[in-house]
Design a binder for this molecule. Structure first.
Ligand SMILES: *Cc1c(COP(=O)(O)O)cnc(C)c1O
Length: 433
């Protein structure tokens, strides 16, 4: 049996333990939701204040050059590139994930249209994050494509010769399942299908090697494991073999080859810079840089491989403790046990009461979140793996400790043993983030 003392020893031996000091961690709170909104880095408030009072307040318009504002999308792009296996200069930080997805999927469809006009299908998963599916639906409708949604991990049989683009999220937000990016991309390429990956739950959480895995397009989110703050800018990556081939549909002046010539005609910038649209949210960019720097601070301590090792140790510990201490309460594990298929979160499911259990944990200062079950699938298809609601716990190795995991499970055990989740105040539904 695992003990609290053993968890404290794991913290004492953790080479990444010091990184926790880079963050503002509210007293008495165990935060297991960094997969939804990363924790505030200590450096951010001062850095943003300086951008406001000095760069904006004193520098004014000069700061576009003097404070490097204009370069932020590419400069931050290089920092993200180091985390996801992109070359420098191939990745840009800009806009939001949904918007970048629109730009990239649109470019992918144009490439497909040129090379294989008879292919009229975009494939994704039914359990993909809704915004990805909505963006794809809207683009498919506009361009005359069909969006085919398959059940989890049933991708390969759907990769037929009708398919133009495969659009997947690398780590599933609902289950924590992680695709084998290299194998699935290779399967798509064997059938001449372009592979677009959403790295929202991957960037800063698990090692990703876009270039080595030969992906075609990728987007990702700045406010989850990259700790960029609410609504932080996202990123877009296009494999260099495609980067110069097409204009993206939101052709704005920041993506122009020479924006300050103010010419009436659009001429796209070379490479990934053409995926910029208009003026960027500089204050948010500055905040995101502080978040990126917290992840890059792990570089001398083993980088993404070191973070991954700790992430797996944390999720292994959580699974072990739940199984040792919370059996007999109807919880089932939704996240794969196999390390190579697991992201940096653990999801449990329970036929009833999942929402209230999460609320009861939050009242105790253990913050995870709840996700509703998917609507039942048609009988002809595989049974839904999540019949009940989902209790979702994200583990961010930068600031989550092993003793935190112990304490979180101790609270979960008490909530279950005392049937706290049956109390009416935890069953009042309100807006869930
Ligand atoms: C969080 C998340 C998003 C967020 O999109 P926004 O445009 O930032 O709201 C998109 N896709 C996936 C898979 C996500 O997990």
């Amino acid at each position: 049996m695992m003990t609290a003392q053993h968890c404290r020893e794991m913290d004492a031996q953790d080479p990444l333990r010091g990184l926790r000091d880079l963050f503002v961690l509210p007293d008495g709170l165990i935060y297991l939701d960094g997969n939804s909104l990363g924790v505030l880095p200590k450096a951010t408030a001062g850095r943003v204040a300086r951008a406001i009072t000095e760069e904006w307040g004193q520098g004014l318009i000069r700061s576009w050059n003097n404070a490097g504002w204009f370069d932020l999308p590419m400069r931050l792009g290089d920092k993200v590139a180091a985390l996801v296996g992109s070359r420098r200069g191939d990745l840009v930080v800009t806009d939001g994930t949904s918007i970048n997805l629109y730009k990239l999927l649109s470019a992918a469809l144009r490439i497909a249209q040129q090379h294989a006009p008879s292919r009229r299908v975009v494939v994704s998963e039914r359990s993909n994050f809704p915004t990805d599916l909505y963006i794809a639906q809207s683009l498919c409708q506009e361009r005359g494509y069909r969006l085919l949604l398959v059940e989890d991990a049933q991708i390969e049989p759907a990769l037929t010769e009708d398919v133009a683009v495969m659009m997947l999220t690398h780590v599933n937000y609902r289950t924590g399942f992680m695709h084998d990016m290299q194998a699935v991309t290779a399967a798509a390429h064997r059938r001449n299908i372009l592979a677009l990956w959403d790295l929202a739950h991957s960037a800063g959480a698990v090692p990703v090697d876009l270039q080595a895995d030969d992906a075609d397009f990728a987007v990702g989110c700045g406010y989850k494991y990259l700790n960029g703050g609410p609504g932080a800018p996202a990123f877009a990556w296009v494999h260099p073999r495609h980067a110069d081939r097409f204009e993206q549909p939101l052709a704005g002046w920041w993506g122009h080859a020479a924006p300050f010539e103010f010419t009436p005609d659009y001429r796209p910038a070379p490479g990934i810079a053409r995926y910029l649209c208009g003026t960027q949210p500089i204050l948010s960019m500055v905040a995101l840089e502080c978040g990126l720097d917290t992840v890059l601070a792990a570089q001398p301590l083993g980088g993404m491989a070191g973070l991954r090792r700790k992430s797996l140790a944390l999720t292994d510990l959580f699974i072990q403790l739940v199984e040792e201490r919370c059996t007999g309460h109807g919880l089932a594990l939704l996240t794969p046990r196999a390390h190579e298929r697991r992201g940096s979160q653990v999801c449990l499911t329970r036929e009833q009461g999942a929402y209230a259990i999460v609320q009861a944990l939050i009242a105790r200062g253990v913050i995870g979140d709840y996700r509703a079950p998917l609507p039942a699938v048609p009988a002809s298809q595989r049974a839904d793996p999540a019949p009940g609601g989902i209790l979702r716990f994200g583990f961010t190795p930068l600031y989550t400790g092993f003793e935190d995991v112990w304490t979180a499970v101790a609270h979960l055990q008490q909530v279950l043993a005392q049937r706290e989740w049956e109390r009416s105040e935890f069953n009042q539904r309100h807006a869930v983030t």
